[in-house]
Design a protein around this ligand. Structure first.
Ligand code: GLU
Length: 468
């Protein structure tokens, strides 16, 4: 960073209206990573001016989602509703400088105007009736009608910015009508609050969803009217669901916290989401530290990214396998409890070490671990199929051999099994399948000697004794 560049300051500015999906949280991940990459500051701002839809519970969902993903903020959370005096002050500044004017057009008049324009095949827009101009006579001010305040958008010229994702973007001012920036009761509107905040919070880079592209030219005008140059903008393309529709609650997008509850690891989510719209060569799996080290705005994708649940599972499985067994056991523990399983008799660290290749999520992992923590109740039909008379005789001998083993570990158990197989002239599955069924209640387990070694010898011998 050169001495003339101000320190990087980015923000995540969610509206707390109840739900944050992967597309929303990606608009937190990138500005977070950009700030961390540059040793800058990441700010959380809660845009709660839509009083009807904003709730404290929704704020909590945002805070919990970010904390779970490890997206720590350095400043905030700032709440727009607590900044009203500041917005009013900025509004006065614009009024004093002649950038705004009162407009008394009623809703009925606006509706009629819109209808006339649409009938004439024109784009509906405010027609400047109340905009003062030299030599123009304004209509008489209606009595007792509180006006809105409109921003005087320049009539000619264009407003442009060099978007770090979209490249150069330009809007002709003729396309932008005079935006309402304060309602009749004096409360400021959305685009105005955003600009005052971005100025006060000294935001250098606005990284947000491209649903805000149409707001940007208006915001740039307000920046300049307040005497500031706008920040750098990077508008992220939409995230699509697996059917190719824009991700939203309505078409089945899940909340970020639901992924937590389904047993995804935060590091896996960060890795997966990082790639959903950004790339570093061919790298698919990288640590949080590598991501922060590599993240830049130059490699943000220009086209919409599509969510892929299978890929997310694949990434998560990778992270599950990579966790040290001790840590994996800790992560699985709450999921075991949720299944009503009690960790007893078998060491959970050993169990997850044995099973971790087989699960994509912590939920799957806990379900697999169930084989160690329930009383087996093998299916009668399966027992009839696998517990044949020759198998029963072999299992009876195996039980005796296991009871007498000098050490209780997988190699010793495996050797005992081989001896019994040879003596009874059976093939491995003929012994291993009923053995699995009797000890774990399941047919699918990792290598049976390793599974048996995790149980106590007494448990195994008792379970065999009950059936052989
Ligand atoms: N509150 C806006 C939203 O949730 C974000 C505004 C912004 O990033 O400028 O979509």
């Amino acid at each position: 960073m050169s001495a003339t560049n101000p320190p990087i300051r980015t923000r995540f500015a969610p509206s707390p209206t109840g739900f944050i999906h992967l597309g929303n949280i990606r608009a937190a991940l990138y500005p977070w990573a950009f700030a961390r990459h540059h040793g800058g500051t990441f700010i959380l701002r809660i845009e709660d001016t839509d009083v009807g839809r904003s709730t404290q519970e929704a704020v909590q969902v945002i805070l919990d989602g970010m904390a779970w993903m490890g997206l720590d903020h350095d400043e905030g959370p700032f709440y727009q509703m607590q900044r009203m005096p500041r917005y009013r002050e900025a509004l006065r500044q614009l009024q004093d400088a002649g950038h705004v004017y009162p407009c008394y057009m009623s809703t009925a008049e606006l509706d009629a105007l819109r209808e006339r324009q649409m009938a004439a095949g024109l784009k509906p827009r405010y027609d400047g009736t109340w905009r003062p101009e030299p030599g123009k006579t304004l209509p008489p001010v209606p009595a007792g009608v509180p006006p809105v305040l409109r921003f005087r958008t320049p009539l000619a010229g264009a407003v442009a910015w060099d978007d770090r994702v979209k490249g150069p973007v330009e809007f002709s001012n003729a396309e932008l009508d005079d935006l309402v920036i304060a309602r009749p009761d004096g409360t400021p509107t959305y685009n105005f609050c955003v600009v005052v905040d971005d100025i006060d919070m000294r935001i250098t880079h606005v990284i947000r969803g491209d649903d805000h592209v149409n707001n940007t030219p208006r915001q740039i005008h307000i920046f300049r009217a307040l005497g500031h140059e706008p920040p750098v903008y990077a508008h992220l393309p939409t995230v699509l669901n697996e059917q190719g529709e824009k991700l939203s609650k309505r078409n089945g997008a899940k909340s970020v916290l639901q992924y937590r509850d389904e047993g995804y690891l935060p590091d896996a989510m960060v890795n997966y989401l990082a790639r959903l719209g950004w790339s570093h060569g061919d790298a698919e799996i990288f640590s949080r530290e590598q991501f922060v080290q590599w993240f830049d705005l130059d490699h943000l994708g220009r086209s919409a990214a599509q969510f892929d649940g299978e890929k997310l599972k694949w990434v998560n499985a990778h992270y599950l396998r990579a966790l040290p067994p001790q840590q994996l056991a800790e992560a699985v523990r709450p999921f075991l409890r949720r299944l009503g399983l009690h960790e007893q008799g078998v060491d959970l660290t050993g169990a997850v070490a044995l099973l971790r290749e087989r699960a994509h999520t912590l939920v799957e992992m806990a379900e697999l671990c169930g084989m160690f923590y329930v009383q087996p109740q093998p299916d009668a039909a399966l027992l009839a199929q696998h517990l044949t008379a020759p198998a029963q005789a072999a299992l009876s001998d195996l039980r005796t051999a296991l009871a007498a083993l000098p050490s209780w570990d997988a190699p010793a158990i495996g050797a005992a099994m081989k001896q019994v197989l040879a003596a009874h002239q059976l093939k491995m599955p003929q012994l291993a399948m009923p053995l699995r069924l009797l000890v774990t209640g399941r047919l699918q387990t990792p290598s049976v000697d390793a599974v048996l070694a995790l149980f106590t010898r007494d448990t195994v011998v008792q379970r065999l004794a009950a059936n052989t």
